[in-house]
Design a protein around this ligand. Structure first.
Ligand SMILES: Nc1ncnc2c1ncn2[C@@H]1O[C@H](COP(=O)(O)OP(=O)(O)OP(=O)(O)O)[C@@H](O)[C@H]1O
Length: 296
């Protein structure tokens, strides 16, 4: 298990403060948070390449910082991985082979699937092509702990689909622990079993994605005529969007309670409709006062 204990980090301002989090072995964990929340900083501290000002990250009770044995089992793919004018996909793995055992057959097979020219300088590749190469490398390394910082962002839908499928396959075969930060929450919902929301320098909410989704319910309510009462002011609803006689609301209450609450207004229809992780993220972030928009 990865245990982050009371980690704080400040640059010219505090970014992480007394942050605690446990990540179970073999889980696929989605790290979410608004821009500048500190996700990349936390991933670097977790990977043992950045020292926190206070606190420590433990892998099965052993601290990672300056612990070569554990660091060899961890691979962090940053959002801007290093490459030079001379880097080609072929000599890139020579560099990584010095630190990790790389499955070369898998690596070149991924590159072949993506039709990547393996002997050309990556300097002239598109951003997406470079991303494909680095994702292929991460999968071919098959580390025990894999951290992906916005790894799939910037890839075309086909490449994303292929890499997500491969990631889940490699993860399952090797019981890897994967931590992914991404702004594509629909993607995280597809592949992650658990999540942590980084907010106000701490993990403010975490747990199983399915359980979190089950807590919230989204309803579409239609009236014959626009009701006199202001539905958006009803305490039961966390969010409310109105389009003439139709309201889309989110509540933490089950269907029966919502029906009872609205009974006196005689709605024509109350339908429960699916809610996704991205909507929940917006609700949580909005409830903390960062953004305000009519998102449903
Ligand atoms: N090396 C550094 N020196 C100074 N400030 C830094 C450094 N690295 C990060 N920061 C600051 O720390 C804060 C968190 O940055 P970080 O990149 O960790 O956030 P993030 O959640 O990954 O953001 P994004 O989603 O936009 O990529 C930002 O205010 C950033 O400017």
């Amino acid at each position: 298990m990865i245990s982050i204990k009371n980690v704080s980090k400040a640059f010219d301002h505090p970014v992480l403060s007394d942050l605690c989090l446990d990540i179970e072995d073999g889980s696929v964990f989605g790290l979410v948070g608004i821009n500048g929340a500190g996700k990349s900083t936390l991933l670097k501290i977790m990977a043992g390449i950045m020292k926190p000002n206070c606190g420590e990250v433990y892998y099965d009770n052993k601290p990672i910082y300056e612990n070569i044995e554990i660091k060899n089992q961890v691979f962090l793919l940053p959002d801007d991985p290093f490459y030079s004018r001379n880097t080609t996909p072929t000599n890139l793995i020579d560099l990584y082979k010095a630190f990790y055992s790389v499955d070369e057959i898998a690596y070149f097979s991924y590159l072949n699937d993506f039709e990547i020219p393996i002997k050309k300088s990556m300097y002239n590749f598109s951003k997406g092509m470079r991303r494909q190469v680095f994702c292929a490398l991460a999968l071919a390394i098959k580390p025990k702990y894999l951290f992906l910082d916005e790894a799939f962002d910037g890839l075309d839908p086909l490449a994303r689909l292929k890499l997500k499928k491969e990631l889940l396959k490699v993860q399952e075969e090797n019981n890897m622990t994967v931590v992914i930060s991404s702004h594509s929450l629909r993607e995280l919902e597809d592949i992650c079993d658990s999540y942590g929301l980084l907010d106000s320098k701490k993990i403010s909410s975490s747990g199983a994605i399915n359980e979190h989704l089950e807590e919230y319910h989204k309803y579409m309510i239609a009236f014959a005529e626009e009701p006199d009462e202001d539905i958006s002011k009803m305490k039961i609803f966390i969010t409310c969007k109105q389009d003439k006689r139709i309201f889309t609301v989110v509540a933490k209450k089950p269907y029966e309670e919502v029906v009872k609450e609205l009974e006196h207004l005689h709605p024509l229809i109350i339908d429960e409709i699916p809610i996704d992780f991205e909507e929940l993220f917006i609700i949580e972030v909005e409830s903390r006062g960062y953004i305000k928009w009519n998102h449903f």
